[in-house]
Design a protein around this ligand. Structure first.
Ligand code: CP3
Length: 361
């Protein structure tokens, strides 16, 4: 409720916000929380906009994107505020147009499948000119939330964006992209290379606009075997992380992978500060593999459709199993449409009531 929010809201003062401190590996008074896709159609306030305005307009008009980013913050007081945008948002500035079609998800009318197309893509020379709304959204959010929450920027990984660009629409097998992978891998590598360069610039632009943490979404990592992940995703994600770190060493990076089961060992040496876990890996097992690393996750978002007891049980098990290193409580995949808002409120409140967590070595 209102009074709860205002008490927590003014608690931090000049100190860096909690989630940022935990992402940096510092000791903290409790476990921070946010939810992937916390701004979305499960919120009545969001639907007032999503039924009226198309997705690109909502995410590229600063007033609307700012409002949508702040809705979950006002309602649930998560420790992270993520800008309302999409992983595909930078693509049009490279010459890859997309739209979000109701019932179908993102659609790229002209998929990128040849070297000629890749050679004619734009580079991300001047994001302040090609994506000016990002700067407006992030700087306004930062001054709005101050040190009461952490402002998160985000990007898709080169693999996930390349797969969207090659596939055109979601496909169960990621068939077009993986066919190219196995017939003409140079084309895929060329696109990955182009996106990697662009994403370093884009992530740095988000930081310079006010983002305090950057999350990498490798949403389509589940299409890759561990070996394919090692060849087509991890090295490019690492180049992005190291590229950002070279310019902004103070900014922690969260690397969230969808489909981590069987690939976690590979992330043990990643340069990311925090490893984001989906729900398909046991938090205790992940904690063992990633000993001493900071981790984020990984409550099944469908649990939020369950009873209050079921939610309490899942969160407390997750918190207990994550102990022994820094942990940011989150769902393992984005919040699902139809999730009760009360359940999200409870999820956040359980983290607000959690106990202290130790620093990471
Ligand atoms: O987390 C947040 O609250 C910030 C907003 C956010 C959106 N997309 C808004 C959005 C974030 C962080 C994303 C990232 C994103 N986009 C990912 C990575 C996260 C994940 O789920 O793995 C992916 C894979 C995409 C691509 C994408 N864009 C999908 C799968 C969809 C959903 C399509 C649908 O119809 O449900 C989109 C569109 C989109 N992006 C929506 C939202 C709230 C839903 C459509 C709408 O609001 O009109």
């Amino acid at each position: 409720g209102q009074s709860f929010c205002s008490v927590v809201a003014r608690a931090s003062g000049d100190r860096e916000p909690l989630l940022l401190r935990v992402a940096k590996g510092e000791e903290a008074e409790r476990t921070p929380v946010w939810l992937m896709r916390q701004a979305g159609r499960y919120m009545a306030a969001f639907r007032e906009y999503s039924t009226k305005y198309p997705f690109r307009m909502r995410s590229e008009t600063p007033e609307i994107a700012i409002e949508l980013s702040l809705q979950p913050w006002r309602a649930f007081h998560p420790d992270g505020v993520i800008m309302f945008s999409d992983i595909l948002t930078p693509l049009p500035s490279l010459g890859i147009e997309f739209d979000v079609v109701s019932g179908k998800g993102p659609v790229i009318e002209t998929p990128i499948r040849s070297i000629e197309q890749i050679k004619s893509l734009n580079s991300m020379d001047d994001p302040a000119t090609s994506l000016p709304f990002i700067q407006e959204i992030l700087s306004a959010l930062r001054s709005e939330i101050q040190n009461d929450s952490t402002l998160l920027g985000f990007i898709g990984t080169p693999w996930t964006l390349a797969a969207y660009a090659m596939e055109g629409t979601a496909n169960r097998y990621c068939l077009k992209t993986k066919t190219i992978m196995h017939r003409n891998p140079k084309v895929l590598h060329a696109l990955l290379d182009h996106l990697t360069e662009a994403l370093v610039t884009y992530a740095c632009y988000q930081i310079e606009s006010g983002a305090q943490v950057i999350q990498l979404f490798d949403s389509w990592a589940h299409h890759l075997t561990p070996h394919q992940f090692e060849v087509f995703s991890l090295p490019y994600a690492e180049r992005v992380i190291k590229g950002v770190e070279a310019v902004h060493p103070e900014v922690p990076v969260i690397f969230h992978m969808n489909g981590g089961t069987g690939k976690l060992e590979l992330l043990g040496d990643s340069s990311a500060n925090v490893i984001g876990l989906d729900s398909w890996v046991d938090m205790g097992a992940a904690r063992d593999v990633l000993s001493g690393r900071m981790i984020q996750g990984n409550v099944d978002p469908v649990v939020l459709f369950g009873t209050e007891d079921a939610i309490r049980e899942s969160v407390s098990t997750c918190l207990a199993k994550a102990k022994g290193g820094g942990h940011i409580l989150n769902v393992g995949n984005g919040v699902i449409q139809g999730t009760p808002e009360d359940a999200v409120a409870l999820f956040c409140e359980l983290a607000h009531q959690s106990s202290n967590i130790p620093a990471v070595e």
